[in-house]
Ligand binder design. Structure first.
Ligand SMILES: [Zn+2]
Length: 214
């Protein structure tokens, strides 16, 4: 077999395993979400070796199957397990569900009955943006992590004076009480949303944004 035929054989190997895999995209590269643990990875690599004995791991299989320039390879970014990765239902971009670092905030939204939507799809579609904001409106259990302050400004929101925070071992501004006070201050027509300013495993800084409907 020549290189092209090997690539095609590996590509069909991956797509034949579709029950165990989701083939999506991540930073414009194919990304394989492995749904069935290491057993599945081993099985694919074992079968791939029968096609090309030089294959050593799942990254090799993906690189060859999708004909990706080897110089683009950076460690383990081409696949992940299904308990940490999912994908956007709208654009099929891979979404990492586990924080990359202590200050990471989620850039996705889980929609009941629909699945996950990535931050880009929420920001880029006015209807989805408004759906997201409606979910946050007057809801002390959820807070915005998708729009930054400039973007909120363009959507008609203004930051309310006062910073709130919850520290694990000291003070905590209860979001329910904060919302209760805000409701007294603003008319029923005013949208009130919580915004995460920063977070880490031990503390959350948050603020309120309001939008007075015309
Ligand atoms: Zn998306």
């Amino acid at each position: 077999m020549n290189d092209k035929q090997i690539g095609e054989a590996l590509h069909s190997l991956l797509t034949e395993h579709y029950d165990y895999l989701d083939v999506v995209e991540y930073e414009e590269h194919p990304f394989i979400i492995v749904l069935d643990g290491w057993r599945c990875v081993e099985k694919i690599v074992e079968q791939a070796k029968q096609i090309d004995p030089e294959i050593s791991d799942l990254e090799d299989v993906i690189l060859r199957a999708y004909d990706i320039d080897i110089t683009l390879k950076f460690s383990s970014c081409y696949w992940g397990f299904g308990d940490e990765w999912t994908y956007c239902e709208d654009c099929r971009q891979a979404i990492c569900l586990s924080p990359a670092h202590a200050f990471d905030v989620p850039d996705y939204w889980f929609i009941d009955g629909h699945g996950y939507a990535c931050g880009d799809c929420i920001r880029d579609d006015e209807d989805v943006s408004e759906e997201y904001l409606a979910m946050l409106n007057r809801n002390h259990r959820n807070a915005n992590t998708i729009f930054d302050e400039d973007q909120l400004g363009k959507l008609g929101f203004k930051r309310v004076d006062g910073d709130y925070y919850c520290r694990m071992f000291s003070h905590c501004d209860c979001p329910e009480a904060v919302l209760h006070e805000a409701k007294k201050e603003y008319s029923k027509e005013t949208d009130i949303i919580f915004n995460i300013d920063s977070m880490n495993p031990f503390e959350v800084d948050y603020s309120l944004f309001v939008r007075v409907k015309a």
